[in-house]
Design a protein around this ligand. Structure first.
Ligand code: PRX
Length: 651
């Protein structure tokens, strides 16, 4: 990580406060302030108490074994995550309760009760077993937001296989890289996915991705049908529905998993070009997901809960699949985009299903603001009682708009700060207890301890910017980076001894509320999605015309950040708008549409220090139109002046 302390000076000032509405407080699951203190005094005791909400095949004999930075939680406990998410509900009064209300983009719908879901998961587990999948094997899943996606996850977890979901927006090359790193022999995909009425060619991407990879079998879900024009490779490709028909309808026995057995890998971007396979284990991860459903989301049996994320990201893993299902919730799952066929699709869904808890990203809220209040106004949103946000800092204006136009002033807002690595929400209000301030994720949840520290690891004074750190281990923490424990230690645990470093800057205010300032490493957060600058740079220099590239995230009104690339071309190459388009396309092919640079600027030279390090901070200043920071270490100051002029001209 190359932290840039100059980014820590951008402190928000926001003074409005919102106490929990009395009606909400009275009914909240967590309504006793003393929980914070109790948990802080004895975090292990707190987590052990929460763990009673899970069903164990065998109890643990020690809550935590901490050999920093390696943690083992609930030592020698045995459980199965799918048993906790599905089967235990089937055996009790929730048997015929709706688990998933699925809404397809074209308007088709499916409803699964816990019992129906359980039967599908069992069949799918039989099917995976017939394909040779066993405990510990990695299964890569590249599916759109269709019911087979959670079913595939739960079937893997029932067998004890490790799933690795790759977001359906990633390119074939990105998929290939993730399949190879995880060494998966099975890939589950679909013929195609729907997106704004068009098709995402998932099977075609998968065909390219599996070349020269460890994959032996490709299991294909038919989502679109004939239109997808899929070609099946004999001996390698099989249809999901064909095998499901053959699968026995007998219950599939849940594999008894150790607390620390791996549940899944999820790749995320870091400061180098190569994505990291974040490793989550069974008991601790499930506990984080389950507890936060009750604490942060105040989940009740009668709620209709909707998290609008994609299961391809951690938010979807935790707050569409494992959190809601383990807590026995009724959850909405939507396949498509918010503006298809019209810009009120989300509000139509809220009204149709009577959604009570709604969780989305600040980028979406800013987009809704731009579209205007007529869309939410045209629907009855009175069922809503709690709103949440995640993925990026929320600006107070967007918070207020969400509060007024979606929550009608009645719904507490939980701004949840967390990461792929943390597994579940870390800093967030407890909606029946915490007075919120627009733009602040407020305080760490009970059982979590954070601090904001300076370069030396000393706590900074309130109001001063610093590095956010987590000072104690927690159950849903990542255990390592798949196949690279050194990278795990170096990335997260080397900067401040004994502390986990997430890579975010923050400051505390006088009430010890946390205000997240965003990433301070070489990671960009575009619409709540993490992209490494190095990944995009590697994709650019891979193009035959490019000599050198520097990529930065600049602030963007809707997306939070946008990708700006500064590129120098090879001798003799003509720069043109055509080349800009080619380069953007190249990045999309290498990574996926989420990494497409907003703008590409050609430069004769990139600003470098005398030791030849590209000064990204200056590039960011240029792209954000700021007065340039310190340029004294530049090898050639004239480079910056000409870049500045060029940037202005390009606007
Ligand atoms: O910078 C923080 C930002 O998103 C990063 C984590 O990204 P990812 O692993 O993709 O997970 C996103 C969803 C959990 C963090 O390092 N971030 C996430 N939530 C917030 C946030 N920044 C500010 N406020 C948040 N609520």
């Amino acid at each position: 990580m190359t932290p840039d302390p100059n980014r820590l000076d951008n402190l928000l000032v926001e003074n409005r406060k919102f106490a929990p509405p009395e009606k909400f407080r009275a009914q909240a699951n967590f309504n006793d302030e003393s929980i914070y203190e109790t948990a802080a005094k004895d975090p292990e005791g707190y987590w052990a108490k929460q763990a009673e909400n899970l069903t164990w095949f065998q109890p643990w004999n020690k809550v935590l074994e901490w050999d920093a930075p390696h943690a083992k939680w609930f030592v020698n406990g045995k459980l199965n995550v799918t048993y906790n998410c599905v089967d235990r509900h089937r055996e009790g009064p929730r048997k015929n309760k709706v688990a998933i209300l699925w809404e397809g983009e074209p308007g088709d719908t499916k409803v699964y009760t816990y019992d129906m879901l359980g039967r599908e998961v069992d069949k799918a587990a039989h099917m995976l077993k017939s394909l040779g999948v066993k405990k510990g094997d990695r299964v890569t899943i590249y599916l759109p937001m269709i019911p087979e996606l959670p079913i595939a996850l739960l079937a893997c977890a029932k067998i004890g296989a490790i799933h690795s979901v790759v977001f359906a927006g990633f390119s074939s090359k990105a998929l290939h890289e993730r399949i190879s790193d995880a060494d998966s022999e099975l890939l589950i995909t679909a013929d195609a996915g729907w997106r704004r009425g068009g098709l995402i060619p998932l099977k075609a991407n998968a065909d390219e991705a599996v070349v020269d990879s460890p994959v032996k079998k490709v299991l294909v879900v038919e989502r679109v049908g004939e239109k997808a024009g899929v070609e099946m490779t004999q001996g390698r490709d099989v249809y999901w529905h064909d095998l499901m028909k053959q699968a026995p309808s007998t219950p599939f026995p849940a594999e008894e998993m150790d607390s620390e057995d791996v549940l899944f890998l999820l790749y995320t971007s870091g400061t180098t070009g190569k994505p990291k396979g974040i490793v989550h284990t069974s008991a601790g991860y499930l506990l984080g997901a389950n507890t936060s459903m009750r604490s942060v989301f105040d989940l009740k049996d009668e709620d209709v809960y909707w998290c609008t994320a994609d299961i391809g990201w951690v938010t979807g893993h935790t707050y569409i699949v494992y959190g809601p299902l383990s807590a026995g919730a009724t959850a909405v799952m939507y396949e498509g985009s918010p503006d298809y066929p019209t810009r009120d699709r989300f509000w139509e869904i809220v009204e149709k299903y009577g959604v009570t808890i709604f969780y989305t990203a600040p980028t979406s809220i800013r987009t809704f603001m731009k579209w205007g209040t007529q869309y939410p106004q045209s629907h009855n949103l009175d069922s809503l009682r709690l709103l949440g946000t995640v993925g990026e800092p929320i600006n107070p204006e967007a918070w207020m708009w969400y509060h007024e136009h979606i929550g009608h002033g009645n719904c507490p807002i939980v701004d949840t700060w967390w990461q792929t690595e943390t597994g579940s929400a870390m800093i967030a209000p407890l909606p029946g207890l915490t007075t919120t301030k627009p733009g602040s994720a407020t305080r760490p949840v009970p059982g979590i301890s954070v601090a904001v520290v300076d370069e030396e690891g000393k706590p900074v004074e309130p109001g001063n910017g610093g590095y956010l750190v987590v000072t104690k281990p927690w159950p849903s923490m990542l255990r390592t980076v798949w196949g690279d424990d050194e990278r795990f230690k170096k990335t997260y645990w080397s900067q401040f001894k004994g502390y986990y470093t997430p890579g975010d800057g923050a400051h505390l205010d006088e009430d010890s509320y946390v205000w997240i300032l965003g990433r301070i490493d070489d990671v960009i957060n575009v619409s709540g999605h993490r992209i490494g600058t190095m990944e995009v740079e590697s994709a650019l220099v891979d193009h035959p015309s490019v000599a050198e590239a520097a990529v930065i995230g600049r602030s963007h009104e809707i997306k939070g950040q946008a990708i700006t690339a500064f590129v120098t071309v090879k001798e003799g190459v003509e720069t043109s708008s055509d080349l800009v388009d080619q380069l953007k396309k190249h990045v999309v092919e290498k990574i996926g549409a989420i990494a497409r640079p907003e703008e590409i600027l050609f430069a004769a030279e990139l600003p470098k220090t005398r030791s030849a390090k590209i000064m990204r901070r200056l590039l960011r200043d240029i792209a954000e139109g700021r007065v340039l920071g310190d340029t004294t270490t530049l090898a050639d100051p004239s480079v910056v002046e000409s870049l500045k002029q060029q940037y202005k001209d390009s606007e």
